[in-house]
Design a protein around this ligand. Structure first.
Ligand code: ATP
Ligand code: MG
Length: 364
């Protein structure tokens, strides 16, 4: 087939295709592959495969294995960093090409962008997780609330009839602890109830300012600095102001608590093109991003995996509901909440919210 026709054919494919010659240099690259690797066709042509995404990247590794005589190989979930926005998740397959006489004389790479699928499966598992919390919450409320009322009543009675101080104190402790458990169960019930959001146009900066003002009076933030990097052109979002206030209070409080020895909490807002939310049909929707970055110790990988599970805490005195509730409310807004931690660079919490709440939307 003439090369021009081959190029047309390759461009029509939904997958990225790169043809390499026997030396491992790019002979052909189609439109999708050029989008994924972030290089124009002209810039990519003739480059050794190592100079597409670096010598250590799966693309170069698999290509070299195949060129050295190996068979077809595949690697799923390879991150491909992008100049703008977050990395793509790509499936890379490499296969040998054979010339006249069946001698190997090159390789073909197929690159399949799996980013959207991965994000969608993440959303589904997040939804399932939240639904499971709801079922657990309803079960606990049922099993715990009624006997708790009895325990509290008995404690009050004991306190009234106590003959000595020690018994009175013990009875008061029963009442206090029963109240504490009752409050926890009430918090947990949020997952079970489908409380409606009270939607209105919301100025996110005002909410963030209010949350930070409240925390300014709290000794937890006494040693830390707060930096606001607000995008003044940020439009109002359609949201429930009280719930968002609760979310940002939780997140900012976590950040300040992580920086007991002092540090900087930077809160940035912007409209985003990079980390996008998508509609149920997969279309990107206008999204605002609030990012809280703290210079605390960061979060270990094994802890990171368990974040957002109700009652998971590493803080003495913590209830472990802050993040779970925040995630719940952001999900109810069809948004996304992600926690990232890079060793030595503290913790970054990204909250993405759709500008408008359109019915039937799913977030990615
Ligand atoms: N900014 C942060 N830096 C480091 N660790 C964090 C940060 N935010 C959260 N964590 C970790 O996540 C855990 C869970 O946070 P979460 O807010 O859900 O509960 P908590 O802060 O422990 O208790 P509370 O219910 O009072 O908020 C914390 O115990 C802490 O280990
Ligand atoms: Mg917390």
């Amino acid at each position: 087939m003439p090369p021009r026709e081959l190029a047309h054919l390759l461009d029509a494919l939904p997958d990225g295709v790169v043809l390499l010659d026997a030396a491992g240099a790019v002979e052909q690259i189609n439109a999708e592959a050029s989008r994924i690797v972030g290089l124009s066709r002209e810039a990519a042509a003739g480059r050794p495969v190592e100079r597409l995404l670096g010598p250590k990247h799966a693309v170069a590794r698999l290509a070299r294995e195949v060129l050295a005589g190996g068979g077809t190989s595949l690697e799923s979930e390879c991150p491909v960093p992008q100049r703008f926005g977050s990395a793509l998740v790509v499936e890379v397959a490499a296969a040998p090409l054979f010339g006249v006489g069946g001698r190997p004389d090159g390789a073909v790479l197929a690159l399949r962008d799996r980013t959207l699928q991965q994000q969608l499966s993440h959303v589904v598992s997040e939804r399932e997780r939240l639904a499971a919390f709801g079922r657990i919450a309803a079960g606990i409320a049922h099993e715990v609330k009624n006997p708790l009322g009895g325990i509290r009543g008995a404690g009050e009675l004991l306190a009234l009839r106590a003959a000595d101080d020690k018994t009175r104190e013990a009875a008061a402790l029963i009442v206090r602890e029963a109240d504490r458990i009752g409050a926890l169960v009430d918090d947990l019930m949020v997952f079970a109830r489908g409380d409606a959001l009270r939607l209105a146009p919301v100025n996110l900066h005002r909410i963030l300012d209010d949350a930070l003002d409240l925390l300014a009076h709290d000794p937890i933030g006494a040693r830390s600095r707060v930096e606001r990097r607000f995008d003044p052109s940020l439009p109002e979002v359609e949201a429930d102001a009280d719930r968002l206030m609760q979310v940002f209070l939780n997140l900012a409080r976590n950040a300040l608590q992580a920086m007991e020895e002092g540090g900087t909490l930077t809160i940035a807002t912007r409209m985003t093109l990079g980390q996008r939310l998508t509609s149920a049909s997969g279309e990107p929707v206008a999204t605002v991003l609030v990012e809280l970055h703290d210079t605390g110790p960061g979060i270990a990988a094994d802890v990171l995996d368990r974040l957002g599970t109700p009652f998971f805490t590493t803080r003495p005195g913590g209830t472990g509901l802050g993040l779970a509730l925040s995630q719940h409310w952001i999900a109810r807004h069809h948004g996304a909440l992600r926690v990232e931690s890079v060793p030595g660079d503290g913790t970054r919490v990204r909250v993405a919210l759709p500008l408008r709440q359109t019915a039937g939307r799913g977030a990615a």
